[in-house]
Design a protein around this ligand. Structure first.
Ligand SMILES: [Zn+2]
Ligand SMILES: [Zn+2]
Length: 312
């Protein structure tokens, strides 16, 4: 089969084409696995962290963790899927299923968590395999390419919003307005119709887009918000936005950092961290790690509901 393969860690500035188009043997499903013929696979910022080695992948690896396609073969013990079913695979490829984290619903924190396209081959290929319990059915209302980014940007956005602890009527802030945040704003407006959303983004284009999607106020990362905010979700790869977001939080407010890795280029911003201005009054910082299958499934159901499906 054809696949895009990452063979070594690259600095993108030196090598802007780090993946190699290759012909490799197609995988065969193990007993409890399904084989998926990939129709679409989303592209994620996390892949830059893999390629540049901030989060080293197994090498060589086929990246891609937002894969959608149809089941092409079913292992003898794989349950729940038939040939032709349309399925997706997100960042969670597998977790052990029996540790404390897995048993308490936090399989995203399992020490044996395997990530699709990092620890095992992912969806930048014609075929991939996954164990059946970790594949999700795709609601028919979405096309393949519409569904793919929902599997990561959408699902992790959903997890971030849940971890923010926001309640209807409270003010939500979004710092950075990319693939995940533009889905989170839609989700927040669906789940918390009386909440106000403020968006901090670097480019005017992103700020205009945010206002089109219902942001009540937008500003640059450095602009103070017009009111203090109950919870802020940061999706930037940098540190300065973290420090600035803490200033904008209400007492007792929570900053959720939805980033698998931060880049180091502005790390000196952390030296500006001032305890009374940024952290005192019980402000909290929480990171988001990976996703669970339940995050992906819950978000797909909500996303379908938001566009009026199932009808009636
Ligand atoms: Zn991703
Ligand atoms: Zn586990």
């Amino acid at each position: 089969m054809k696949a895009m393969v990452l063979n070594r860690i690259n600095a993108l500035k030196e090598n802007p084409h780090p993946l190699t188009a290759a012909t490799v043997p197609a995988p065969e499903p193990d007993d409890n696995e399904i084989l998926i013929q990939i129709a679409a696979c989303g592209v994620c910022h996390t892949e830059l962290d893999e390629i540049e080695g901030r989060m080293p992948p197994r090498l060589p690896v086929i990246p891609g963790h937002q894969a959608v396609g149809c089941v092409a073969a079913v292992g003898p013990d794989a349950k729940g899927f038939d040939i032709g079913d349309r399925v997706g695979v997100g960042w969670i490829f597998s977790a052990c299923g029996h540790c404390e984290a897995c048993l308490s619903g936090n399989e995203n924190l399992c020490a044996d968590f395997l990530a699709t396209g990092r620890d095992v081959n992912g969806g930048y290929a014609e075929y991939m395999t996954v164990s059946a319990p970790f594949a999700v059915k795709i609601p028919e209302v979405f096309s393949d390419s519409e569904a793919a980014p929902l599997l990561c940007a959408g699902a992790i956005g959903y997890r971030s919003l849940m971890l923010s602890g926001i309640k209807d009527g409270q003010i939500l802030g979004l710092t950075g307005f990319g693939a995940s945040a533009h889905l989170v704003i839609k989700l927040a407006r669906h789940l918390y119709p009386d909440s106000t959303v403020f968006v901090f983004a670097r480019s005017e284009k992103e700020r205009i887009f945010a206002r089109e999607l219902g942001a009540a106020w937008t500003g640059d990362i450095l602009t103070p918000a017009p009111q203090k905010i109950d919870a802020i979700i940061d999706t930037t790869p940098a540190w300065r936005p973290v420090v600035e977001a803490l200033v904008n939080l209400k007492p007792g407010g929570r900053l959720v950092i939805n980033a698998i890795r931060k880049e180091g280029s502005d790390k000196e911003a952390l030296q500006k961290l001032d305890y009374p201005a940024h952290l005192w009054l019980e402000k909290e910082i929480k990171s988001v790690a990976n996703v669970t299958r339940a995050d992906i499934q819950s978000f797909l159901v909500l996303a379908a509901e938001m566009i009026g499906y199932p009808p009636g």
